[in-house]
Design a protein around this ligand. Structure first.
Ligand code: ADP
Ligand code: MG
Length: 360
């Protein structure tokens, strides 16, 4: 055994060499274990038939190949057809000296990355939300009582104490607002799917932002006019865009900033599930701001409920976004550095058989 072969055989994590045609050119013994198949049985087979990742990585993989750059993908569920999917990180790099060939190492999830995905709202998060909904419901009534009592009190007390009853009323109002956001989750119904002109949704969101929370922002449209209709619930998608615009406006601070709304079509963008099924998500909507970027300490968790980087934040805005996008079978990702934060929403187009369904 040459030292190279020894290294390859001893690597404790599944590793694959992928040829320029996306076939498995080699696999180490940990990889054989991962696939539960012998090297001989998988050599020459298309890699994406053997390894199913719950993330649209093929496109990023292609880009890494053509740019000759490495690619790291965190938090993907990787399955192999037979076994239940595992949450993994993928490390992919061009193979030196063999143009077009790539090496891919699969390791169980450790580090959180910049690309945060949220296809499944995690079950812990789900039950946290369920609990909070119940509490929200229980707290609202007594809170209304407290507010009412404080308002009554304020009619009969010395002027210097009014400040105190005002405080009670104001703080209660803040709690009610939080509770209402929590309740939004419970009230969220499944999307009422129909063909949606995403540019109409963006326009509505833009106008409403400029009249309210985003009055200090400049919002620039950069639309692909030939974009086909999306398939989704227009009201829920409006909610998604509004939440993203609100966050961008809040991140910008008082001096304002610029938000670009960009749409484009990307034919090759697919969502692959760990069970091997998949569908295409060719409609891309990007909300790009020039603010300070995600706070580093929470950047991996921003789609989780109650994670907020703002004073007075609830951390529910992006959790709701994540829930809606996941109900839409869509995808949302974020890429953020100071000065440029991009939230990218990927959606389905109207299925071919949709009109038939309507008319029959
Ligand atoms: N465009 C953005 N730029 C910078 N930080 C952002 C942006 N969008 C979201 N964030 C960060 O993510 C956190 C979570 O957002 P969200 O779930 O909407 O909760 P909230 O807005 O109530 O804090 C925000 O508090 C903020 O720190
Ligand atoms: Mg928010």
């Amino acid at each position: 055994m040459t030292p190279d072969q020894a290294i390859w055989a001893s690597l404790p994590v599944p590793a694959f060499i992928i040829d320029p045609q996306d076939r498995i050119a080699d696999v180490n013994s940990a990889g054989e274990g991962f696939l539960n198949a012998s090297r001989k049985a998988v050599l020459g087979h298309p890699v994406w038939d053997q390894i199913a990742a719950d993330a649209p990585i093929e496109e990023a993989f292609e880009r890494a190949r053509s740019n000759g750059t490495p690619l790291f993908v965190n938090d993907v569920d990787v399955g192999s057809g037979q076994r239940a999917p595992l949450q993994c990180a993928l490390q992919i790099a061009p193979l030196l000296g063999q143009p077009g060939s790539m090496i891919m190492i699969i390791s169980p999830r450790e580090l959180a990355g910049r690309m945060t995905q949220s296809h499944t709202v995690k079950s812990a998060a789900q039950s946290a939300i369920g609990m909070a909904e119940m509490l929200a419901h229980e707290i609202k009534n007594p809170l209304a009582g407290i507010t009412g009592a404080a308002q009554l009190l304020s009619m009969n007390i010395a002027p210097q104490d009014i400040e105190l009853t005002d405080l009670i009323v104001e703080e209660s109002r803040r709690i009610v607002k939080l509770l209402e956001q929590v309740e939004q989750f419970g009230n969220l119904s499944l999307p009422d799917f129909r063909p949606v002109n995403i540019h109409d949704v963006l326009d509505r969101a833009r106008r409403s932002a400029l009249l309210g929370f985003g009055a200090h922002m400049t919002i620039i449209e950069d639309y692909d006019p030939s974009l086909p209709l999306a398939f989704g619930d227009p009201d829920q998608l409006l909610q998604v865009v509004l939440n993203l615009l609100r966050n961008a406006s809040e991140a910008a601070g008082g001096d304002g900033g610029t938000i670009h709304l960009r749409t484009y079509f990307e034919h090759s963008f697919r969502l692959r599930r760990s069970d091997g099924s998949g569908h295409s998500l060719p409609l891309q909507i990007e909300i790009i701001d020039d603010g300070p970027g995600l706070p580093e300490d929470i950047s991996a968790d921003i789609f989780d409920p109650f994670v907020s980087g703002r004073e007075n934040g609830t951390g529910l805005g992006l959790a709701l976004v994540s829930k809606i996008v996941s109900d839409h079978d869509g995808w949302i990702s974020v890429d953020s550095v100071p000065g440029r934060t991009v939230f990218r929403l990927s959606l389905r187009r109207v299925p071919r058989d949709y009109e038939q369904e309507e008319t029959t």
